[in-house]
Design a binder for this molecule. Sequence first.
Ligand code: ADP
Ligand code: MG
Length: 261
Amino acid sequence: MGNPLINIQGLRKSFGGQEVLKNINLQVERGQAVALIGPSGSGKSTLLRCINLLTIPDGGRIAVGGQSLAFQGAATRLPSEKQLASFRASAGMVFQHFNLFPHMTALRNVMEGPVTVLRMPKKEAEERARELLRKVGLAERADYYPDKLSGGQKQRVAIARALAMQPAVMLFDEATSALDPELVGEVLNVIKGLARDGMTMILVTHEIGFAREVADQVVFMRDGVVAESGPPQAVIGNPQNEATRAFLARFHRAPGQETSA
Ligand code: ADP
Ligand code: MG
């Protein structure tokens, strides 16, 4: 590996006595899409949250772009608030639930971060927000409030809002899991477009067909460890680990749960 854009080494996290991440190592090259799969409770969300410092790791090292942080439990000396904010800003996060500001239009939701956090002039922020809404197929919905948007539209606004902060990488945590089945495809298509445009991303997904199509690397997590990783044709097409096989078999048995957009 050359110079990965995301480099996670020896990452550890416990909650109470339970070790939820046990020595996680993961490298993501610039422009790569990584699909993170695995059973519920295996630590996928915690891993994403650590990359964005929503959860502070107990040990290990995380580098995103040129910024790197090392963690040593209670002895960890976290950098200043300003440096933390700068580290956080390098990763845009999209959650299962949209968390849009209900009192703001789609356009204002997308403008808000750049104006208040990046101190971008309003006119420029608006131009960029309109461009991003066009990119996610919502140019015509710019002036709608969230309660007038479908779940899929809201999630696409949430993606535009994250992109507006110009992150180096995007993290998607089950971005389509809360959506009605008929709305899943439009959101996956936006994510697919971003991957095609070269956005570096890690996506936690249960859409195995989508992972197989879009991901450069598939990482299967189980009980806080990376049990198997590699190209999709290997991990999904020909899994070597018994746990990966058992996990994937669930999807073959329930074809209704699999959506390939
Ligand atoms: P996944 O996203 O793969 O379903 P999570 O990362 O959400 O898994 O959770 C991994 C484990 O960590 C679970 O057992 C969960 O209950 C536990 N966990 C996650 N967040 C917390 C927290 N804030 N406090 C205590 N336990 C947590
Ligand atoms: Mg999760």
